[in-house]
Design a protein around this ligand. Structure first.
Ligand SMILES: [Zn+2]
Length: 104
């Protein structure tokens, strides 16, 4: 059981890390054009967060297929959902802050 949770946690971290990496690259690429940057980035942040949610859903479905729907898995998935929410809240805040900063 312990081993399962360790594997699950590592998989979850890899998923979230991957998403952040993609977002970081998108930010770097769009930083070239400060005028379009603002709107483009807010839209892409929304799209990005939708994708993150979809990724998590898919990931959790695969987990249920692989490990079965146990109490431990449910606890783990709840944690993941909480982590994603916290992550997206922070992300959104940083985008909003950036918007204000760029606006004249
Ligand atoms: Zn998971």
């Amino acid at each position: 059981m312990n081993w399962n949770i360790k594997v699950l946690k590592r998989a979850a971290q890899a998923t979230l890390l991957g998403s952040s990496l993609v977002l970081g690259l998108a930010q770097t690429a769009s930083a070239q054009d400060p005028y379009r940057y603002d709107r483009y980035n807010r839209d892409s942040a929304k799209r990005h967060q939708k994708e993150e949610k979809r990724d998590l859903k898919l990931h959790q479905r695969l987990e249920r297929d692989e490990f079965g729907n146990s109490a431990a898995l449910r606890r783990h998935q709840k944690e993941e959902q909480r982590d994603l929410k916290r992550h997206q809240k922070r992300e959104k805040r940083s985008f909003d802050g950036r918007d204000r900063w760029w606006r004249p």
